[in-house]
Design a protein around this ligand. Structure first.
Ligand SMILES: Cc1cc2nc3c(=O)[nH]c(=O)nc-3n(C[C@H](O)[C@H](O)[C@H](O)COP(=O)(O)OP(=O)(O)OC[C@H]3O[C@@H](n4cnc5c(N)ncnc54)[C@H](O)[C@@H]3O)c2cc1C
Length: 380
């Protein structure tokens, strides 16, 4: 057993760290304020061949592993949470279901456009009355000859305004419950398809979060993704991988908060000395450092298991749950260490705090993840 990254992983980490520091970080505060989507950054990531990183080279991907994907998400999120979630969703929610369940033709047609960056990746599972309980999907797809007619709506969908198509779930056989849900690849410019970008969010302001409305959207049978009736199962498998991305995001945001807090504690003088000399502050920083170390190790272990083709449901759930909770703790304490300045936008830690909050909710709430872990350890 060893904990070293490979040469290739180290190279990717170095490249993306420089990119994050030089290109992503400088505009992050401004984008947060103006809610401007990081479009230019994604154009540059496409040039760097990062947008298809873990997908096979035959579809234009980078052929890299999940560990490399996690390293990229962590570094981007350290600089800007919105950029981090956009990238994580693009790969692990947008591209992954196509790579995992698509036919050869679907991969050539759709996955290749994800890899090139021609389309951002998105994934439509959540509905107004079906979030954690995704089996309660109400969107329907009715067969009409060789086509399917889809009606319904989805909410909180990341990246859809910048996606040319996305995979979404619809009920094809109501009698079968969650076994009657099928996934479809739907072009976002199809007649009857509306993408609404209108949410007022707590954080991740420059990420794109949308509502989807489907009114008599017609897609051909060849757009069924995977097997009929397996959409629910496919999306649960997809979410296992997505949780590695959210875990990596949490580690990146926690690291950013820690870096700022440590630097501030060293230079802030109170009672004649730097506040980093007070044990109360030292213990906060020691705890955050330890939690980040553990969260990063858990995320990379889950990624490693996935790369080995081994089961990783439990580890991905644990990594996402732990990392998202310590990201909240780290950003909370980073504000505390900054005192009143931490409450001000200028010092950035309040952005990290707002951005981190989503991580306990998206891709499995903390409550749902505890249920997943309980099931995996044999409670039920
Ligand atoms: C910014 C953002 C981006 C998102 N991006 C996407 C995306 O790209 N694609 C997508 O499909 N979805 C996306 N989501 C949706 C997200 O995955 C859901 O919000 C999440 O799964 C929770 O569902 P819900 O909001 O319906 O809450 P609910 O499921 O209604 O949960 C409400 C509360 O009840 C608890 N609860 C529910 N069921 C149980 C249970 N069985 N046991 C214990 N507690 C329970 C929950 O933990 C939570 O605390 C996004 C959400 C946000 C906010």
């Amino acid at each position: 057993m060893h904990f070293d990254l490979t040469q290739e992983q180290l190279m990717i980490k170095k490249m993306i760290k420089e990119f994050a520091d030089e290109v992503v970080a400088p505009g992050a505060d401004e984008r947060d304020k103006t809610k401007q989507f990081p479009k230019e950054i994604f154009a540059q990531l496409a040039e760097l061949d990062i947008l298809g990183l873990p997908f096979p080279e035959e579809y234009g991907g980078g052929g890299a592993d999940t560990i490399s994907f996690a390293l990229v998400v962590e570094e981007l999120s350290r600089a800007c949470g919105s950029t981090g979630i956009t990238y994580s969703a693009h790969i692990s929610l947008g591209g992954a279901p196509l790579a995992l369940f698509g036919t050869e033709q679907q991969k050539l047609t759709y996955l290749s456009r994800i890899c090139s960056g021609e389309s951002l990746g998105a994934f439509g599972l959540t509905e107004p009355s079906a979030g954690s309980d995704a089996g309660g999907t109400r969107t329907t797809a009715v067969r009409e000859g060789d086509d399917w007619r889809i009606n319904g709506s989805k909410c909180f969908i990341t990246n859809a305004s910048y996606a040319k198509f996305l995979a979404l779930t619809a009920v094809t056989d109501k009698e079968q419950g969650s076994r009657g849900i099928t996934a479809f690849i739907v072009p976002t410019d199809a007649p009857g398809f509306t993408v609404i970008d209108n949410y007022e969010k707590l954080g991740l302001h420059s990420s794109n979060t949308t509502e989807l409305v489907l009114e008599d959207v017609v897609v051909p049978d060849e757009n069924v993704l995977g097997k009929m009736g397996e959409g629910f199962k496919q999306f649960l498998i997809t979410l296992d991988g997505g949780r590695i991305g959210i875990g990596a995001m949490a580690v990146g945001i926690a690291q950013a908060a820690y870096d700022r807090a440590l630097a501030y504690a060293r230079q802030r003088i109170a009672f004649g000395q730097s506040i980093s000399k007070f044990q109360a502050i030292q213990f906060k920083l020691a705890d955050i450092a330890m939690q980040i170390e553990l969260a990063r190790t858990m995320v990379l272990k889950a990624a490693w298991l996935k790369d080995q083709g081994r089961k990783f449901t439990k580890e991905a759930a644990m990594a996402k749950l732990y990392a998202s909770e310590i990201a909240m703790a780290a950003t909370h304490q980073a504000i505390q260490i900054h005192g009143g300045y931490g409450y001000m936008r200028e010092y950035q830690v309040e952005r990290f705090f707002r951005d981190a909050r989503l991580l306990e909710i998206g891709e499995g709430t903390s409550e749902i993840l505890r249920s997943v872990i309980a099931r995996e350890v044999g409670c039920s």
